[in-house]
Write a protein that binds this ligand. Structure first.
Ligand code: ADP
Ligand code: MG
Length: 393
């Protein structure tokens, strides 16, 4: 093993940019392997901040705080997709940073991301949706008919379907573009989706990569609702194609760390690549309970330049996101703690709560994964859980 790839060993300190639930689960995984963890996050109270060994309470672009994080850690990663790329560049002058600034910069800009994915299509065999940049009113005049109806998406800072509008005509595009404040947007053709899948990958500093089993995702109101693995709709053929494309994409990026890639399967069976997250992903939470190596343990291994772990899934799994809405299921305006004891009485229930101070509608508070000997059994537990928690089936 060359010096360039020599691993960082516990009890070294690892750093993470961001204090959300993804950071919290990263902290837990790193600590379980004997590492210490520092979190950089502006909020004094945060899910990851509470779990970390140390907290640097500062903005993501605070140069002094970044220097402090970089100097106190051997390696730094991110749990927050929109961390400024320049902050990662600055950190890289002090510590090993994975994923690197250039990869994160592509994933946080829908135009750069589409250009990159389109460039991979010749090798990966999987194109992105037809699209066009809308930066000014002139761009709206020249929209081709083929792109409508479409979805107008802000180029930066979009997540959970936020910053998106369905548009049927050029007038709709004008109105939506104005409503978004005239910021640069991407217009994408609205595609006939049969179902959505994601492929979680990890790549080490030595260029070795792994691909997890393909996950089938159901969204509600733009937010991930459930992830099922193996996906009941996923054909062997589309699974193979998506996994192959994911391998091409991580290699082309020369990525180091955990990368999740979302794909659409269209009604004609063809595959389209949607977007990438340069970090563990909500659709990969099932790996915590159903795979040999969780996506967070994998993130630790990749940034510490340790060998990547086995991605084998040992049990069928269904993951259900727990949004703040279920605290208000009774119709009351005062939040009530959901019936966790009843939920935990279901066989194979693995409950993860993120320690957030207040429940709010639409806020991700936790998730529960059901693992079972068969997928049908896991799905039956999901149905029972929805009944217990007052979630419409
Ligand atoms: P976000 O960054 O908010 O996750 P996405 O681009 O993944 O944004 O869009 C959110 C959801 O909107 C997708 O999971 C999918 O259900 C739907 N969607 C996005 N783009 C398209 C498209 N071109 N055609 C049809 N549905 C789409
Ligand atoms: Mg998405």
């Amino acid at each position: 093993m060359s010096m360039q790839h020599s691993p960082f060993l516990p009890p070294a300190r690892l750093g993470v940019m961001g204090g959300g639930q993804l950071g919290r689960m990263f902290v837990h995984a790193a600590q379980a392997m004997g590492f210490k963890v520092a979190v950089l996050e502006a909020a004094p109270d945060s899910p990851a901040g509470h779990a970390a060994d140390s907290l640097i309470a500062a903005d993501y672009s605070d140069a002094q705080a970044l220097a402090q994080l970089g100097q106190s850690c051997v390696a730094v990663t991110t749990e927050f997709e929109n961390v400024p790329a320049d902050s990662l560049r600055l950190l890289a002058t002090h510590a090993f940073v994975a994923p690197g600034a250039d990869c994160v910069a592509i994933a946080q800009d829908r135009i750069a991301e589409k250009r990159f994915l389109a460039g991979c299509a010749a090798l990966s065999g999987v194109p992105p949706a037809p699209h066009k940049t809308i930066a000014a009113l002139d761009d709206i005049e020249s929209i081709e008919d083929l792109l409508l109806p479409g979805i107008l998406k802000t180029v930066r800072m979009g997540y959970d379907g936020k910053g998106q509008a369905v548009v049927r005509t050029r007038d709709d595009v004008r109105a939506a573009f104005a409503a978004m404040g005239g910021v640069t947007c991407l217009l994408e053709k609205m595609l006939p989706l049969a179902y959505e899948v994601s492929v979680l990958t990890a790549r080490g500093a030595d260029g070795e990569s792994v691909v997890y089993p393909i996950a089938e995702n159901v969204h509600r109101d733009g937010i991930l609702f459930t992830t099922t693995v193996p996906g009941p709709n996923v054909s062997l053929e589309s699974a193979g194609k998506a996994q192959q494309a994911a391998k091409v994409i991580v290699d082309e990026l020369a990525y180091v760390g955990v990368l999740c890639i979302e794909f659409f399967v269209l009604t004609d069976g063809s595959l389209v690549v949607n977007e990438m997250a340069p970090r563990p992903h909500n659709s990969g939470h099932y790996t915590m309970d159903a795979c040999v190596t969780s996506q967070f343990a994998q993130q630790v291994r990749a940034m510490a330049r340790l060998p990547l772990g086995d991605v084998r899934q040992h049990s069928p799994a269904v993951m259900l996101n727990l949004l703040g809405d279920i605290w208000f299921a009774s119709g009351s305006e005062t939040p009530t703690e959901p019936a966790w004891a009843e939920l935990l009485a279901l066989p194979g229930a693995c409950l993860h709560l993120y320690g957030k101070e207040a429940a709010r509608r639409g806020r991700k508070m936790g998730h529960v994964t059901f693992i079972a000997p068969t997928l049908a059994q896991a799905q039956a537990q999901l149905a029972a859980a929805c009944t217990i928690l007052g979630i419409p089936a």
